[in-house]
Ligand binder design. Structure first.
Ligand code: BG6
Length: 476
């Protein structure tokens, strides 16, 4: 295994998101948000996908986000644990509905601002740079119910007002911003991704791409505002990454993989290059989409991002016949099972070289610095008789991926930093489970919400501390 070569000042840390960690879903003036309506259990998928409307909470369902891991009350303890590992960056998101409980108010909620100021100041106390996502899978429910969420262009105004509030209120505390988490996931998980609920018989592709267009305009305007508020602000887009491999060298399979790759990268093409790519026209034609654009939109989209951030869990595989069975779960993005790689307990492929491939392809395409803001292994952890968690499988996964990341840097790819996903165990976005754990720190809570929420360091905690202390040289 080759030695990683990381530049001085490389940012090392971990990532959480408000919707999966904070809990306190109605405290501090917060309003209900999309994730608060997504239950654990049998109805989860239908709600997440926007097939079943859930505008009111039900007594017979359990909603994991309501308490989550109680980061809202325990953030000081959690940041101290991150500092103990040596983090120099911590990625989290702001819950839009803490600042604007309904989403369409003229003024923000001061309690929400006070909470995030305190959180970012706590990071700064330890020399940890916050990396903040403005929208990570949560839209205020009032905007969903009253406006139809991102299918409505008015969302651009609501979002940019919220974004400006964040840039102004946290100026001097936060420099690195991401607009929309995994913007391409809107195509695969429309309600959790963008608050979309479908009506019978409508062209769903039209709704999704129109909503994405509104997000892209909002993202470009937010980028412009961030730079106006403070020219030192750095704004990134965020891709659910993982290159598509052709399942075989059959030309039809190669073409299929290229199309899937384009579908994945379309929104990032706009955010990073400032315009829709040429292939968008034929894609829209095939899907029967007629994008409604305001006359000023093309100019607005020219405000491209400063860097390209992405998550990487697994590579993907495509063939001309994607329904040939043999599918694997690469997050919610459909993929064929790759026989050359191992799978996680949740069926996600494990492909460290795929990370090197993805990083090289992204940099070849965008020529902007990259930031790997999510990566990790969701696995079941057992506490042994000595009270310890020996998560060598997680260490193996991370070691191989950090090493591949070092190889990509040696290939010439500029990478700003690395935040592994779920550095403290949190609620899984896809399944709502707690048992799908990613963390260096264990949280005592089960899938039904039982447990003390106590934190416990795992073996990987000590391992990652040494990785950071050696700036990625000591991966043993
Ligand atoms: C990414 C999301 O898709 O993957 C996170 O940005 C999510 O919110 C992560 O938690 C891992 O997925 P999961 O389903 O294992 O939680």
């Amino acid at each position: 295994m080759s030695l990683a070569r990381f530049p001085q000042g490389f940012l090392w840390g971990g990532a959480l998101a408000a919707n999966q960690a904070e809990g306190a879903h109605l405290e501090g003036g917060k309003g209900l948000t999309t994730v608060d309506m997504i239950p654990h259990g049998a109805n989860r998928m239908a709600v997440k996908l926007g097939q079943e409307q859930r505008f009111t909470l039900r007594d017979d369902e359990f909603y994991p986000s309501h308490e989550a891991i109680d980061f809202y009350h325990r953030y000081k303890e959690d940041i101290a644990l991150m500092a103990e590992m040596g983090f120099t960056v911590f990625r989290t998101s702001i819950a839009w509905s803490r600042l604007y409980p309904k989403g369409d108010e003229a003024e923000p909620n001061p309690e929400g601002i006070a909470f995030y100021r305190a959180l970012f100041e706590e990071c700064r106390k330890y020399g940890i740079e916050p990396l903040v996502t403005l929208c990570h899978f949560d839209v205020p429910m009032h905007l969903v119910v009253e406006y139809g969420s991102w299918r409505n262009r008015q969302m651009v105004d609501f979002f940019t007002r919220y974004a400006r509030t964040c840039f102004e209120a946290f100026d001097g505390l936060v420099k690195y911003w991401l607009t929309f988490n995994e913007i391409n996931i809107l195509l695969h998980s429309p309600f959790s991704g963008a608050g979309l609920v479908f009506e019978e018989g409508e062209n769903r592709e039209q709704v999704k791409y129109q909503a994405a267009h509104h997000e892209l305009v909002a993202s470009a305007l937010a980028t412009k505002i961030a730079h106006e508020v403070n020219p030192h602000n750095q704004v990134g887009c965020m891709l659910a990454g993982g290159s598509f491999y052709p399942y075989s060298c059959k030309p039809e399979d190669v073409w299929a993989a290229l199309q899937k790759e384009r579908e994945n990268l379309l929104f990032i093409d706009v955010q990073a290059r400032g315009a829709y790519p040429a292939y968008a026209a034929s894609l829209f034609r095939e899907k029967g989409i007629q994008l409604v654009k305001a006359p000023e939109d093309d100019d607005i989209l020219k405000h491209s991002v400063d860097f390209v951030s992405f998550s990487y869990y697994a590579s993907r595989c495509a063939s001309a016949d994607m329904n040939a069975g043999n599918t694997s779960a690469a997050n919610v993005v459909k993929s064929l099972r790759n026989p050359h790689i191992q799978q996680s307990q949740w069926g996600w492929g494990i492909d460290p070289l795929g990370l090197r491939i993805t990083m090289n392809s992204l940099y070849d395409r965008y020529q902007k610095p990259l930031f790997l803001v999510e990566n990790g292994l969701g696995a079941i952890d057992e506490i042994n008789a000595a009270g310890e968690i020996e998560d060598d499988y997680r260490i193996d996964y991370l070691r191989a991926h950090i090493s591949a990341m070092g190889d990509a840097i040696a290939d010439g790819v500029p990478l700003l930093g690395y935040t592994s996903w779920g550095c403290i165990d949190l609620v899984s976005a896809s399944t709502g489970e707690m048992s799908k754990r990613y963390g260096f720190v264990h949280v005592d809570r089960d899938d039904a919400g039982r447990g003390t929420l106590a934190r416990r360091r795992k073996k990987s905690f000590w391992w990652y501390r040494q990785v950071i202390a050696s700036n990625g040289e000591d991966l043993a």
